[in-house]
Design a protein around this ligand. Structure first.
Ligand SMILES: [Cu+2]
Length: 347
């Protein structure tokens, strides 16, 4: 029953892309509505930065300490040397995708390729000119023709069921209680904002080789300020960009979503285990495209709440942070965006 539902859902997605794309946030066929929406995206830190200003001015010491920076586990959330399949997965869609790839598609592709190769070698040897001076004029064989039509159709149907189910799962909307985080791609770093918790945008830059080595992290994947998320709780990422198209991709969480200026894309998932998961921008976005990695730190829920409070944010149950200075906890090692990107404090 669930499969049938998934099939119908995926069919709708496939045949009515316009329906799926025009989410409530963006009415793209309405020029009047697009302008204010685009303006909101262009100035993400605006209201947050202004709201933050008084708190930052007061700046008493934080009374809630941020949890310590988590050490990555070798081979988890990052590629492994010699690895030939997908990275180990930590979300439910990731598990189905890896199963589809490893258990269904790869063996099937392998078997078909071997079968075709054997048939070709057999035909070349059996019907070679020296053994068949007068070639056979036979054409058409109803039984064989029926078989080579029906068998591929069955194979395609068998593949379609889990494949379309997975497609539908990947676009399942987030549950109501999901934590919303806004992800903005910039040339060439990422910005993360927590509207639910009232944490304004902070930026995430790649660490230098020396800094990454000192922290025991993989170079070109390690960043100064990670995207902090709770493990075991549903998450809704709202993904956009401020300049050109980027793509937010974390292979071990089965997340890859384009970040398009003026458009809000949504990706929902639940991380199964605490850990550090790395990814990269996966859309050619300019000269330093290869140097805007993503690092997600999934904390146990209580530690995540502690982190929210340490950032001056408030929890959903109404717990507010004591007056704390704003900003990421882990110390910005690299400079952030140019000052005109941060907000309009000068106004
Ligand atoms: Cu990019």
């Amino acid at each position: 029953m669930k499969q049938v539902k998934s099939l119908v859902l995926a069919g709708l997605l496939a045949f009515a892309p316009a329906m799926a794309m025009n989410g409530p946030a963006f009415a793209q066929d309405n020029a009047a509505a697009t302008a204010p929406a685009a303006a909101t995206v262009a100035a993400p830190a605006d209201s947050a930065a202004n709201a933050a200003a008084p708190a930052a001015d007061a700046a008493p010491a934080a009374t809630v300490a941020a949890p310590p920076r988590m050490k990555p586990t070798e081979g988890i959330g990052m590629p492994k040397p010699g690895e030939i399949t997908l990275q180990e997965q930590f979300t439910s869609t990731g598990h189905s995708a890896r199963w589809l790839h490893d258990v269904m598609l790869l063996p099937l592709i392998f078997a078909i390729s071997i079968l075709v190769l054997i048939l070709m070698i057999y035909a070349m040897w059996k019907f070679r000119a020296s053994a068949n001076p007068t070639p056979s004029k036979t054409s058409h064989n109803t039984l064989i023709e029926v078989i080579w039509t029906v068998v591929p159709v069955i194979i395609l149907l068998v593949v379609a069921v889990p494949s379309i189910g997975l497609l539908a799962d990947q676009y399942k909307p987030a549950p109501k209680d999901a934590l919303t985080v806004k992800v903005t791609g910039y040339q060439w770093y990422w910005g993360y904002e927590y509207p639910d918790a009232g944490i304004p945008e902070y930026v995430s830059n790649m660490l230098t080789k020396e800094q990454a080595k000192a922290g025991g992290e993989p170079y070109q994947l390690a960043v100064d300020n990670r995207l902090i998320l709770p493990a075991g709780r549903p998450i809704k990422l709202i993904i956009t960009a401020a300049d050109v198209i980027h793509s937010f991709a974390v292979p071990s969480l089965w997340v890859k979503m384009d970040a398009v200026p003026g458009r809000l894309n949504e990706k929902s998932f639940t991380i199964e285990k605490p850990g550090v998961y790395y990814g990269q921008c996966s859309e050619l976005c300019g000269a330093r495209h290869g140097f805007m990695p993503i690092a997600i730190e999934a904390l146990p829920p209580e530690q995540f709440d502690q982190w929210v409070l340490s950032q001056g944010g408030s929890l959903k149950n109404g717990t507010a942070a004591p007056d704390a200075p704003m900003g990421p906890q882990q110390g910005s090692v690299l400079p952030g965006p140019p000052s005109d990107d941060v907000g309009n404090n000068a106004l």
